[in-house]
Design a protein around this ligand. Structure first.
Ligand SMILES: *Cc1c(COP(=O)(O)O)cnc(C)c1O
Length: 389
């Protein structure tokens, strides 16, 4: 089957929900990917922030295959070592006290939404269920997380959406305005990923945190994309100097396998009890073994490296033609372009051997945390060529 036949088969049998780029990913090494016919790509996308250490990372593969050779699935009716060990690691590294495992970002957020409502129900009774999220947010594709997503363009066809969400301007005044007696939680991304890689102002976020604490409104931080070293700290909330009540993560957590985590801090540690929530696949031992391999290596030295690479890339990107601005934090980088269509730029980059993503009309760069200097230089060179055209 050549690439043309692959495309035909895919078009014939896969639901048409994705407008795929014209490239096959077959194998690769680190931040260099290859198609079956031998074309190579520098990867500034990481499978949308998933392949934290690139592809075919040796230690990760060893951890995953060691678990595959023991047991591949057990269900949550029984105890497995990788799950307990990963939960301990997450708690020790964050200050969270309990973790619920699922398989994706949307599921991690579903769990957070349920827990926020139950926390309030337990303490205040019925009616305090309203959740404030931000305009231009993205929290997932399930009905509840779409309802939580503050983008009108996604609120069509599937009516009715879930009740009890409203969308605030991304600052303290905006959030305060949307909060009322019936509000149980504020949920936000510290760097809005899908809508253009926009980092919130830390002073505004601190004010939101203080306000939430005063009103016993839970602060839920969606770190599905920003988490696991992506922004230069283990989780982005750490560099914002806040302590959320619930943190969700997924994407880069297991370094390429599906895993979501909802982390509960002090207030919410006992909110969910037996029977309140569950998942058949959630916390699969193979995914958890992969995640432990990734998480245990995101240490101070690695985070310093991420910060250094971020500074290096941002300096070079800022000097490129037709770049109006460079946004985001760490290796979560947005590029605002002058008179250029982001999708077209991404397609041209791909032709020349560079994978980049888009977010609205910005380019979005999410290279593996372990991207090498040579890979960065090669990718930046291609991007510079395309932007010079
Ligand atoms: C990707 C993303 C999600 C959804 O994650 P899935 O694994 O696709 O369900 C939710 N929130 C944020 C911030 C994301 O970037």
């Amino acid at each position: 089957m050549d690439f043309k036949e692959l495309k035909e088969k895919d078009n014939a049998y896969i639901a048409g929900t994705y407008s795929r780029f014209s490239a096959e990913i077959y194998d690769g090494d680190g931040a260099t990917l290859r198609s079956e016919d031998g074309k190579t790509y520098i990867d500034f996308g990481s499978g949308i922030a998933v392949n934290s250490f690139g592809v075919n990372d040796k230690a990760w593969k060893e951890a995953v295959t060691a678990q595959i050779n023991k047991v591949q699935h057990a269900s949550n009716l029984y105890y497995t070592r990788p799950q307990a060990e990963l939960a301990e690691l997450l708690c020790k590294k964050t200050g969270a006290t309990k973790v619920f495992f699922s398989n994706s970002g949307a599921e991690a957020n579903e769990c957070a939404i349920k827990a926020a409502r139950k926390y309030s129900f337990d303490k205040y009774g019925e009616g305090r269920f309203h959740i404030v999220t931000l305009k231009n947010s993205f929290h997932g594709r399930t009905m509840a997380t779409l309802s939580a997503t503050g983008q009108d363009s996604l609120h069509k066809y599937f009516m009715p959406f879930l009740d009890g969400f409203s969308y605030a301007s991304p600052d303290f005044a905006g959030v305060k305005k949307e909060c009322g007696d019936g509000t149980c939680a504020v949920m936000l991304e510290l760097v809005q990923g899908e809508s253009g890689v926009n980092a919130l102002d830390p002073e505004e976020v601190k004010k939101i945190e203080k306000f939430c604490k005063e009103k016993d409104i839970l602060l839920v931080v969606d770190e599905v994309q920003t988490g696991n070293g992506r922004t230069g700290s283990l989780y982005a909330y750490m560099q914002y100097g806040i302590t959320p009540d619930i943190v969700t993560t997924a994407k880069g957590l297991a370094g390429g396998l599906p895993l979501g985590a909802t982390m509960f801090f002090e207030k919410t540690k006992n909110t969910l009890a037996a029977g309140d929530h569950g998942s058949t696949f959630g916390g699969n031992p193979v995914a958890c073994a992969g995640a432990a391999s990734i998480l245990s290596r995101i240490d101070k030295d690695l985070l310093l490296e991420v910060q250094g690479k971020s500074a290096y890339m941002r300096t070079h990107l800022g000097r490129m033609p037709n770049v109006l601005g460079v946004s985001g934090l760490g290796l979560m980088i947005g590029l605002e372009l002058k008179d250029k269509n982001a999708r077209e730029v991404a397609e041209k980059c791909l032709e020349k051997g560079l994978i980049v993503l888009t977010a609205k009309n910005r380019l979005r760069l999410l290279p593996p945390l372990t991207v090498s200097k040579g890979e960065m230089d090669e990718g930046l060179k291609i991007l510079n060529e395309v932007l010079s055209e």
